[in-house]
Design a protein around this ligand. Structure first.
Ligand SMILES: Nc1ncnc2c1ncn2[C@@H]1O[C@H](COP(=O)(O)OP(=O)(O)OP(=O)(O)O)[C@@H](O)[C@H]1O
Ligand SMILES: [Mg+2]
Length: 244
């Protein structure tokens, strides 16, 4: 992988390197071709494992030093079969989501244009966008506290660059930041509104955009017209009345 570059907001991003794809439907999609290669189980186990360095001579050190070294145990990551399954799921999930979002396909660009018009209130409503059939999917991880859910997800996401910079794809000028993954914490009140706010804040922090400010301004304008788009669905209220 190439050296990281600092984008204007200070985030470290990786310049895109397009890889040849074995899976035919992944070919020709710069977002998929720029991802790290698909790993087999051995490669995944090797990449996920982390064993902090240790030297037998350290046993001879005094206890007040050794106690600090014991802290290294918290960095260990031991890959288990369940982690290999999770790594493959995340890898499939990312690629699957990009299949219908090929930025070089006219259908996707049409969808973006249409969504933009809908958001600006020019044309149609958000629910009736028939142009786009998503290929994105999802899954949940359920398990007792402390079994390693967060650690496993973090360790797997670390294998993917968070931001990839595209500037040219083959002969085409293609200047885009690809945000590969975003990890959002569940808002304290479990609300959709809190999740949206967290989403825009995180994107803005990473890319230096000002979506949150724009969305807030736009929402306030809508409210003045008696409509609310970024409403909190956790508290059912008559739509479109929303005066918070
Ligand atoms: N595969 C692993 N190898 C080594 N240590 C691990 C592994 N998985 C988890 N741990 C350790 O177990 C502890 C608990 O893990 P973690 O916080 O990921 O659990 P969790 O399932 O997310 O818990 P919660 O549901 O409370 O959020 C952490 O200290 C982590 O370092
Ligand atoms: Mg956790």
């Amino acid at each position: 992988m190439m050296d990281k570059l600092k984008i204007p907001n200070g985030t470290l991003a990786v310049p895109a390197e397009y890889k040849e794809q074995v899976i035919p439907e992944c070919s020709g999609n710069p977002f998929i071709e720029a991802l790290p290669p698909i790993l087999n189980a051995e490669e995944a186990a090797e990449r996920l494992a982390f064993y902090p360095p240790y030297h037998p001579q350290e046993r001879k050190l005094e206890s007040h030093y050794r106690i600090h070294m014991v802290q290294r145990l918290f960095q260990i990551f031991q890959p288990l079969p369940v982690h290999l399954d999770l790594e493959s799921r995340i890898s499939r999930l990312l690629r699957q989501g990009y299949l219908a979002r090929n930025p070089l396909k006219p259908q996707f660009l049409q969808h973006l244009k249409k969504s933009d018009e809908i958001i600006k209130g020019i044309n149609g409503v958000l629910e009736t966008n028939e142009l786009f059939r998503t290929t994105a999917s999802g899954f949940s991880i359920v398990g007792v506290s402390g079994m390693g859910k967060s650690t496993a997800v973090n360790q797997i996401l670390r294998m993917y660059p968070q931001v990839i910079i595209h500037s040219r794809y083959k002969e085409t000028k293609f200047s885009v930041y690809q945000l590969v993954w975003l990890k959002l914490d569940c808002p304290f009140d479990g609300s959709i509104k809190g999740l949206c706010i967290e989403f825009f804040n995180k994107v803005d922090n990473l890319l230096g955009t000002d979506y949150y400010k724009k969305i807030r301004k736009w929402t306030l304008q809508r409210r003045q017209h008696g409509e609310c788009y970024l409403q909190d669905r956790s508290e059912p209220r008559p739509w479109p009345a929303c005066n918070r």
